[in-house]
Structure formats: C-alpha cells, structure tokens
Design a protein. Structure first.
Length: 229
C-alpha cells in the first residue's frame, strides 16, 4: 500500500505515535536474534500483528501488552551469527552496532511518528565492557557460561554500539571467526535464500501496514470530532 503526503493533507498535523523497542539477543559467533516490539496508542489486533509479521518474514510474531495496550512483537533469527550487527575479533573481542537509525528512517511517514523507547543488547557467554553514550551496563554473574551481560539505552534516536569480551570456551568458537562464517548454512528454511535479507530489510516491509493503521486512526478521530460537533 502506497500512501503519499498529498493523499492525506487533513491528517498531516495528527501523526500517530509509533513506539518501538529493540532487543538484540546474541551469543557472539554462534547465534543472534533481533526482536522489535511495536505499539501505538490504539490496540493492535492479533490478526494485524500476524499480517505484518508475515509480510516482514519474521521468525516469530506474538501479541503482547505495552502499558496495558495490545501491541506486536516480532523476532528474526539473524543470518551468519548476526554478522549484520556483530563482529568478533580473533582475540575474542566483539563489536556490536545496532541498526536503530535505519529502523527509524524506515518507519518515517507523514502519518506516523516513530520513536525508539529502548534498545537492549543481551550478550551470552560474554561480558560487555564498553557502550556508547547513555548505555547502562549490567555485568554477568560469576560465570558467563550461565549468565548474560546486558546494556540498555533509552530514548534512542541513532545507532548505538558496544564492545565486550567473549568466553571462547563457553561459545566453543574456532580460533578464526572466518571459518565459523564459512561453515554456516547458506540459508534458513522459511527465511529466503539470500543471506543479505537482514531483519532491517524485512521489517521495513511493515511500514505500509503501520501507516495504514495510523491513517485509519486519524480518520476515526476526525469522524468522532464531526459527530460531537
């Protein structure tokens, strides 16, 4: 669905807020997922969540509540152990970089105003030692084999990043990350044949559906005011 500024002039000043929350759950060099929770002021039906999740090829889609309002949560299994957001040096140092700025840009429209309330990195078998400005780090327990290190940023408007060390024994990583990458399967069943299909590329496919919901909300508000007049 393509909606343009010209098609909705009456509602341009009533952009519907869209709230996003990201969670990157990673075991460096082994696996990674990208989770996005999407909420608006109006409840999102389970059918709407499933439709958007299918369009964006999410690995899983569930309905959740955010501040008492029904919302959608989408999760993607990232290809190549999350290479699009995470790299690991030979010495066992990982570097994380989110795709938050591009995510916001993808949801940008005249009818909807997107914001990222929080970004959380959960790093298993690792310890986060440094995070970009605003990141609150929580260290793991006595053993990184059992506990995860986390960092959370709030009110995010750009990409965030973090660096940490990997417990190579716990992750059973080979000496060279390159060999791990080459051994990874070329594709995941149900995810498409190209590893270039990142979670970011797919989630932007939901933009049209979200904008349609925002427009419907604007129309409903306008009709409500007309009836009260």
């Amino acid at each position: 669905m393509a909606l343009t500024v010209a098609s909705t002039p009456a509602f341009a000043d009533e952009a519907t807020p869209i709230h996003l929350a990201e969670v990157y759950d990673v075991t460096p060099g082994v696996s990674a997922t990208h989770e996005v929770t999407l909420s608006t002021d109006a409840p999102l039906l389970s059918e709407q969540c499933q439709s958007m999740g299918t369009g964006a090829r999410a690995t899983s889609t569930v309905s959740v509540e955010v501040n008492g309002v029904a919302a959608c949560r989408f999760t993607w299994d990232l290809d190549d152990s999350g290479a699009e957001v995470l790299t690991v040096d030979d010495g066992g140092v990982f570097h994380f970089h989110s795709v938050s700025a591009s995510l916001l840009e993808g949801f940008s429209s005249p009818e909807a105003l997107a914001s990222i309330d929080s970004v959380t990195l959960v790093a298993h078998a690792s310890e986060i030692v440094e995070a970009s400005a605003g990141g609150a780090i929580t260290s793991p327990g006595s053993s990184t084999k059992k506990d995860a290190s986390t960092v959370t940023w709030t009110q995010v408007s750009d990409d965030v990043s973090a660096t940490g060390t990997v417990d190579l024994e716990a992750t059973a990583m080979p000496a060279s990350p390159a060999s791990s990458s080459s051994a990874a399967p070329a594709s995941r069943e149900g995810r498409g044949s190209s590893s270039s299909r990142s979670s970011l590329t797919l989630i932007v496919a939901m933009t049209g559906a979200v904008v349609a919901l925002a427009l419907a909300g604007a129309v409903a508000r306008s009709m409500g005011r007309s009836r009260r007049a």
